[in-house]
Design a protein around this ligand. Structure first.
Ligand code: FEO
Length: 177
């Protein structure tokens, strides 16, 4: 059984993950329009991941006899001045999601809700990985600079990350990793 406070915080997190999914979908569409196909693939995949994060919480809340609330989402930002601006926005967004997870954890800890605390461990690890991945991309963007073919090289780097991610997922599915 979830306390009212924990339930509210989990429902807030459902909305945050849903917003992240919509936001990444809008980013993917923007990248596709710019011809940045590697970046577009990255964000379409990321949008699906965020939806999965949201679904996990919905199922958890319902399993705990709570009521998972699905709230309407506003229109996400759909225009960016540059790919650099876009990835900086992603990093800030992920950091705010991490803060929300930590906030949730401190609530579940205070309430001795061990089940929710355990459930949230997966999110802590996931956020660490996501933030590290975006930092890697931001570092590459910085190294590549803003020269003539920079967009091409940035897109290539993100495409390499997509390939690596696909490989890791396939290995995890086969039980290798
Ligand atoms: Fe599920 Fe990246 O927040």
């Amino acid at each position: 059984m979830l306390s009212e406070k924990t339930l509210q915080a989990l429902n807030k997190q459902i909305a945050l993950e849903g917003n992240a999914s919509a936001s990444y979908l809008a980013m993917a569409s923007w990248c596709e329009r710019q011809g940045l196909n590697g970046c577009a693939t990255f964000f379409y995949d990321q949008s699906a991941e965020e939806r999965m994060h949201m679904m996990k919480i919905i199922h958890y809340v319902n399993e705990m006899d709570g009521h998972a609330v699905i709230s309407a989402q506003g229109q996400p930002k759909g225009e960016y001045d540059s790919v650099q601006e876009l990835f900086k926005a992603v990093y800030l967004q992920e950091k705010s999601v991490t803060s929300a997870i930590y906030e949730l954890l401190s609530i579940s800890n205070k309430e001795n809700d061990h089940s929710t605390t355990l459930f949230l461990q997966w999110y802590v690890a996931e956020q660490r990985e996501e933030e590290a991945q975006i930092r890697t991309i931001l570092d590459k963007i910085k190294l590549i600079g803003t020269g003539g073919q920079s967009l091409y090289f940035i897109d290539q780097e993100v495409q390499n990350i997509n390939a690596l991610r696909g490989q890791e997922e396939a290995e995890a599915e086969e039980g290798i990793a």
